[in-house]
Design a protein around this ligand. Structure first.
Ligand code: GTP
Length: 316
């Protein structure tokens, strides 16, 4: 592992401390505590995975897969199941290679998510990241429903040193996007980041609003690549999964951003999202400041989750 990658991995390991304590410590005591592989063993594993927010369906599939592996390979020792379980979780999370094409093309990125999940903060972090990569970014404040949403986004725009269009409470989101497209074209922006609303309780209106915005983009900016990211709060566990499903019904979600992965015990939700929805988690939020956003890699995430302290001591 390169030095930078190693530092990144260590940060991930420490960021996942609570999730690791929640899932993996329990697992390890099961692996150590059982002398043979029987129904009780599988039941306890199942319970631990469900408690770890991997979701019932995903957990059942992981356990079934583990049982098949144990049978095929004639495994007898519970401890030998550890690696098999890691493999099963990775397989469940497999959604193919995650594309970040929009980062390198002229693109429009829609960010949706209900209030309070960390949407504004995440858009600020994305703007900061792209700006640091010397990309020209324009922000569209098209979440015009909530009072002060525009002002809050403006603060982030200033912090990231990017231009922001809109921000007036009550304005028509599609017209904000229209103005933002004009600005993006005039300023030769690489990425137009749109903060769009997420009032899930009125799905029909939300769908209409998004359709209207998409039409503006199709007409005014056909050359741009589209990406639709949904922001979810990892600390809400299964609720985050339910929100992702609902948003996926009203928009073609191309990726998920899981915020507040630092300090939550519910990080296992990343497994459920990829396994149940087949949508990649593209970034995770690991803190409140501008550079606390990391690209997500499922294999690395599972490795970090199951990373053993003994491993660390021998490596150090
Ligand atoms: N620890 C931690 N806090 C975060 C993260 N992302 C966002 N937050 C915090 O979560 C809170 C809500 O974030 P906002 O960005 O205001 O949430 P929002 O979804 O835009 O909500 P509204 O502005 O109400 O629409 C803020 O206190 C953020 O600092 C993260 O990755 N880690």
């Amino acid at each position: 592992m390169g030095e930078e990658k190693q530092g990144f991995f260590k940060r991930l390991v420490s960021g996942l401390t609570k999730t690791r304590d929640n899932i993996v410590s329990g697992m390890d005591s099961i692996f150590h505590g059982f002398s043979k592989i029987d129904d009780d063993f599988y039941e306890e594993l199942e319970e631990t995975l469900i408690m770890g927010d991997l979701g019932v369906r995903t957990t059942e599939e992981i356990i079934e897969d583990l049982k098949a592996k144990v049978r095929e390979r004639h495994i007898k020792e519970p401890m030998e199941c550890r690696q098999l379980l890691i493999d099963s979780i990775k397989e469940q999370m497999d959604v193919g290679e995650t594309a970040y094409e929009f980062e390198d093309r002229k693109s429009v990125v829609f960010v949706i998510g209900v209030n309070g999940v960390g949407k504004t903060t995440t858009i600020g972090k994305l703007a900061g990241k792209f700006r640091a990569e010397r990309k020209k970014v324009v922000l569209a404040a098209a979440d015009t429903f909530r009072a002060a949403a525009g002002e809050q986004l403006k603060e982030w725009a200033n912090r990231a040193q990017v231009d922001m269009i809109g921000g007036q409470e009550g304005a028509d989101p599609a017209s904000v996007v229209f103005d933002a497209v004009a600005a993006a074209k005039a300023r030769k922006a690489d990425i137009l980041l749109c903060d769009t609303a997420g009032r899930l309780h009125n799905k029909k209106n939300l769908m209409e609003e998004l359709k209207k915005i998409y039409r503006v983009i199709e007409r005014e900016y056909p050359e741009a690549y589209h990406e639709t990211l949904v922001v979810l709060d990892a600390t809400t566990g299964q609720n985050a999964l339910a929100q992702a499903k609902e948003f996926n019904e009203v928009a073609d979600i191309t990726g998920v951003i899981l915020t507040k992965m630092d300090g939550t015990a519910k990080g296992g939700i990343a497994v459920a999202i990829q396994a149940e929805l087949g949508i990649p988690v593209k970034y995770i939020g690991v803190g409140e400041s501008i550079d606390d956003l990391q690209k997500f890699d499922a294999d690395e995430f599972v490795n970090a989750l199951f990373y053993k302290e003994e491993q660390k001591e021998t490596e150090d």
